[in-house]
Every structure is written in C-alpha cells, then in structure tokens.
Write a protein that binds this ligand. Sequence first.
Ligand SMILES: Nc1ncnc2c1ncn2[C@@H]1O[C@H](COP(=O)(O)OP(=O)(O)O)[C@@H](O)[C@H]1O
Ligand SMILES: [Mg+2]
Length: 292
Amino acid sequence: MKIGIMTRDGNGWCSTQLRKALDKKNVTPICFSYRQIIGRINYTPEASVNKIDILQDLDALITRPIGRGSLEEIIFRMNLLHKLERSGLLIINPPLAIERSVDKYCSLTLFQEHNIPVPRTAVTESHDEALKCFHELGEDVIVKPVFGSRGVGATRITDPDIAARVFRTITFHHGVLYLQEFIPHKNSDIRAFVIGDRVIASMHRIAKNWKTNVSLGAKPVSLNLPTELESLAVKAAKVIGCKVTGVDIMEGPEGPVIIEINSQPGWRGLQSVTKTVIADEIISYILSELKA
Ligand SMILES: Nc1ncnc2c1ncn2[C@@H]1O[C@H](COP(=O)(O)OP(=O)(O)O)[C@@H](O)[C@H]1O
Ligand SMILES: [Mg+2]
C-alpha cells in the first residue's frame, strides 16, 4: 500500500511524523509537492508525479499546507484535488473542507448557520463601511486576513483614527476587511484536535499577549477537554467536513466561541503535552476509512 503526502517539505516535522507512522503500518509514504504534479486531460495518466500514477498507485492522499500562491495556482491545486477525489481517491482533508476552513468568512457563516457560537464579525471590501462596523463592534476589534494563518497579519485596533488608516491601506491593496469583536480571553485559548468524530487531544495555549498561536511563542499546556467542548469541536469539524483538524476555541465572558478551524493543522506543540501519538492516530483513521 502507498499513501501520498502532499507537502512542500517532506522532511518537515509533521511530515516526518506521518512517514514514521506509515512505516510502522508497512505503508509506503510518497511525499511530493503540488508543483510536481501533472494533470492530463483526454490522455493518461490523468494525474502523475515523477513516475507515479496518482490514481492507480496511491491508496490515499494526505494534504499538508496548500501554501501561498497566485489565485491561478491555488485554484488549480484545489481543482486538482477535486478531480482526484471525483476519481475515487481518499483525500484527507477533502478539498471542500480545505476551501471552507481556509476562508474564515465561509467557515464562520457555516458555524453560525449550525448554531455553533462565534464572535460577532463583519466582512466588507469597503473601508468606509468597515469603519461603521468598527463602531458597531464596540471599537475594540481584531482585523485579520480572511485567508490568514498562524496569527500573521492579525491586528487589534481600538483607535478610530488608526482603524481608518489601516482599513484604507488594506483596501488599497485589494484586501477584504475581516473585523471581529475582541473576546477577552486572558491570553489563553483552547486547541482541540479532532480526528473523525473524536477529540484525540487538546491543550490550552498560554501566551504573553492576545495572540495565542504556538508558532508565535504561546506555551502549550495539557488539558482534559470538558465533554460539552468536545462535542462543540466535533460538530464544528463535521459542519466544515474536516476529518483531521485543529479547532480554536476561546472561553469568552458569554461562553465558548469558535474562532477558526484549521484543515491543515500542525501538532508539534500539542504532541509535546499529550501521550497520544497524533500521527499514529491520523494514520489509523485513514486506514480504517480505506477499509470502510
Ligand atoms: N476575536 C478575537 N478576540 C481575541 N483574540 C483573538 C480573536 N481572534 C483571534 N484572536 C487571537 O489571535 C489568534 C489568531 O487568530 P485566528 O483567528 O486563530 O487566525 P490564524 O489563522 O492566524 O491562527 C488566535 O489564536 C487568538 O489568540
Ligand atoms: Mg488560529
């Protein structure tokens, strides 16, 4: 059996963990990047990478971060995944789930439609309208890139003059303005790691400021997640369609809210505070899906 790992760096920490977990199960890992793939139409193989016929030779495909790219590159990568999935390849996470979670507007609207609590959020292309929303949201907002990740580019704004300037700058560069009410969280939040319909591990992330991303230095602290929050995280994963995912939960003054869901999560920080071998869990899940 062979399982592909779509990754920019096959020697990265998470990919190495996945390769080891596959080795243990006697499955051959094949690492490659999007750039190496050829998609063919009206002749075969329909998708190949080096000498490998993706649809014939691979039993499943694990997607690691899709990376940055032009609109054309990203849309091609997503359509390639959709094509492979239509042709019967098991892809974790499925392309639709990647699209839904990468776009914070898309995921938060879906959460709200399914009664999953989220912070009040406003999204617009207009800096003037954004300024109105800044006041609506209580003049203490987080402005984030709609497609951002790892806390990069998120800013807290409490001053209307700074808000006006920042909003103008973002629209000048054709960015979409994503404004969210600030949730007081004492510099800590929760990351729940969901595989299938289970939370397999979770942690508190304790930071020195309001950004609790581990990649920005927040400290992982082990956590036994209360059942209600487990159910919430699993429901969030289901609504988006993610099979392996990191769900960010904040405990606000009015109860828990989901801030985002990550379809291509890292787990190095989480692994340091749990005995569960996360890569083994991911691979066992994929193998069970292949049998089902
Ligand atoms: N509405 C908010 N109120 C307070 N802190 C927030 C809010 N939204 C995000 N944060 C903080 O910023 C971090 C990054 O935001 P997040 O939405 O998770 O985007 P990213 O994709 O960059 O991780 C979160 O982990 C959290 O610590
Ligand atoms: Mg996050």
